[in-house]
Write a protein that binds this ligand. Structure first.
Ligand code: HEM
Length: 224
């Protein structure tokens, strides 16, 4: 038992161990994002189902809330723990990297893409967005009337603009994040790296494009 704890401690305190944990927690957050997007897409089912019942998205939100409270909270706390590990270890790695660089290296970051240079900034923006989003839709929402709540929120152009900007930051973050997961887990060779780059861009465009389509469709009256 002691050996397992010692190995786990060594792993977390080593730079590569931290990097792997950041990659794995990032991958979990990406999976959540895909699941959340799939749920949100039910909004395009319209205000009510063909049978005249509540909308698909209301049914989806009510379904989520009808799971046992302990399970819902276990999932939420698990997600929060994953997010905190991801953010905390990233900041530790950034700090260590910065301290390990020479003055010359600190002057300019060569060959780094825009999205990689702005990871901390986009991460902070996503975190602020998440706080607002949870306050607006989770803690002040009514699952049985999720459709109208989302419509009311996005009918405000400022609110929609904030979502669109935050999701553009998410695009930059995810675009670099997806690529880094492959790199850190040792799956990227020099030959296959451009392919992963394309996969990362395609993933970001599809996921973020679909998220953005919701406020855009509310503002343009397609969703009403
Ligand atoms: C147009 C875009 C989005 C819409 C319409 C939307 C909609 C919603 C709704 C309705 C809920 C409340 C679910 C419920 O508890 O009944 C929710 C929760 C949540 N959303 Fe979003 N969301 C969007 C984008 C995002 C993005 C980009 C992220 C992540 C960066 C995100 C992360 C979350 C999280 C973590 C929760 C809490 C889940 C829980 O209830 O435990 N959402 N969202």
């Amino acid at each position: 038992m002691n050996d397992i704890i010692t190995t786990a401690c060594k792993f977390v305190t080593s730079s590569i161990g931290r990097k792997i944990l950041v990659a794995l927690t990032g991958a979990c957050l990406l999976l959540f994002l895909v699941g959340h997007l799939a749920g949100n897409m039910t909004i395009f089912g319209g205000e009510s189902t063909a049978a005249g019942g509540s909308s698909w998205i209301d049914a989806y939100a009510v379904g989520l809330h009808s799971m046992p409270a302990w399970l819902l909270w276990a999932i939420r706390l698990g997600l929060l723990a994953i997010l905190l590990i991801h953010v905390g270890l990233t900041l530790v790695l950034k700090y260590e990297n910065y301290n390990a660089r020479t003055h010359y290296q600190k002057e300019g970051t060569l060959k780094a893409t825009f999205s990689s240079r702005t990871m901390v900034l986009t991460g902070v923006m996503i975190f602020c967005f998440l706080c607002f989003h949870l306050w607006q839709l989770t803690f002040n929402g009514n699952p049985a009337d999720c459709y109208h709540h989302i419509l009311a929120a996005f009918s405000n152009p400022w609110c929609s603009a904030f979502y669109i900007i935050a999701i553009c930051c998410l695009f930059l973050h995810v675009r670099h994040g997806v690529q880094s997961v492959f790199q850190t887990l040792g799956l990227a060779t020099r030959k296959i790296r451009p392919l992963y780059n394309l996969v990362a861009i395609a993933f970001g465009v599809v996921v973020c494009g679909l998220f953005i389509s919701i406020p855009v469709c509310v503002l343009t009256g397609i969703l009403h």
